[in-house]
Design a binder for this molecule. Sequence first.
Ligand code: FBP
Length: 552
Amino acid sequence: MPTISNLQKARAAYRPKLPAIFAANGIAVAAVDGAKTESIADQAAIRGFFPNTYGLPLISFAHAAGRSASKPLKVGVILSGGQAPGGHNVIAGLYDGIQAVNTGGELFGFLGGPSGLVDDKFKIINGATMDEYRNTGGFDIIGSGRTKLETAEQFATVASNCKAHGINALVVVGGDDSNTNACALAEHMLQQKTGIQVIGCPKTIDGDLKNEQIETSFGFDTATKVYSEVIGNIMRDANSAKKYWHFIKLMGRSASHIALECALKTHPNVCLVSEEVAAKKTSLQQIVAGIADVIAARAAKKANFGVVLIPEGLVEFIPEIKVLIAELNDLVAHVQAEFDAIESIDARIAFVQGKLAAATAPVYASLPKTIQAQLIMDRDSHGNVQVSLIETEKLLIDMVKAELKLRAKAGSYTGKFSAQNHFFGYEGRCAAPSNFDADYCYGLGFTAAALIAAGKTGYMSTVRQLNRPTTEWVAGGIPLTMMMNVERRHGKNVPVIRKALVELDGKPFLAFAAKRDAWAVETDFVYPGPIQYFGPAEVCDIPTETLRLERG
Ligand code: FBP
């Protein structure tokens, strides 16, 4: 038995609250078909891609006596992609739901993400195993992975592995890409008449898997609370020492939801929002000038300290860097062998520099050498640059320093600039889930079991009305095809679940935009402190600002 902390011991006793329908009736519920659905765009094309799962109705649940007498379920589950707090509670909800249907039910946890399904690597999750992981962070109960499950060959292998074990349903816990693939898997299973159902669950700390039906992805609440706690601590340090500017990069591969949420919670002097940078076509030099303006304005008030929040995906949204990255991705792919043969990083940089187009070559040349090197290092499995490895926070510090030097020379800046850099991402992905995520995830898992018991496939499990007390949370199902549109990826038109970026006319961004000028010059820091698991509801159960503003 591994050693566990006192908090973990106390937390193991927490009983997550279920959505109202299950709290009142257990699994004695029936699925009720609502209105038929259409995809959010490109309806004819999406119908063509998914003839068997397109147009399914929305699902809600109603009390139905006698439902608990159903036959035992044999379900497989995978955790896919980056860790997010609450994954273990999705599995706990699923496990308890399966047991509620019939105590003879079985849960197969496929190991290491989607590859576990293909390679048939699994462990049976029993009651004792489950109890060790309730309300804990991490995905370590079965591990996760980023293997893409998308080919007909993989689908056929998955079907035969499931049949061999008598598995009648799969639950895919993942983000937009994993659930896009879950939809294709559901379609395959129906087309091949395998009888195997597929249900998705919305996971990602990035908060970019959301829409009318999915109010938030799980993990966003806990992760942003952890980052906000640490940002608050840094703010207090900055306000005590009064000598450092802290440049903090925050995870979130593309969308800036995490940075925006942390800004709303902590009131930094600057928070960049990638989607705004793209919309306004702000250049890197303009971003640098904007930050330097804030630093100069605070220096004029003798405040030579502050905090700047930077979303992880920023570089890909800056117009000239976006073009540069696209060209570099193509270039490195086309001359891969030649490129790999060059040993020194200086020679690689010179090689790339010589091959760039006339418009992009000066952009590349203007960047510090470390960033030039990071832009041409190892690609991800799609051949793209790995943005999380680009040290945008250091790039901005260097450029701001240079800009302030020029201003000092010109006499328009007289402050002192000393900077520290940070990157917060992994620190929050496996935190013990907040009460919100513990309850939400348990509800998502239990709902997935109810959807399976009702014979549904091609759905994502949903729990809604999350801005209200848990006693008013509503469980249901949304067809995966409903969230889809067609996008061009790697030269092909493909159906994908649409990623939700920050909307510049959305309430969270507008609330931030209304305050940011004041936060820039004043020291209006907020120190949220650590997540509280025990205590009054107004401390323990507060949802994110994003959810509160979006849902009222
Ligand atoms: P998912 O989209 O799979 O949930 O992952 C999110 C994320 O945490 C991003 O914020 C980050 O850019 C990425 O994963 C890091 O990936 P890795 O864990 O492979 O380093």
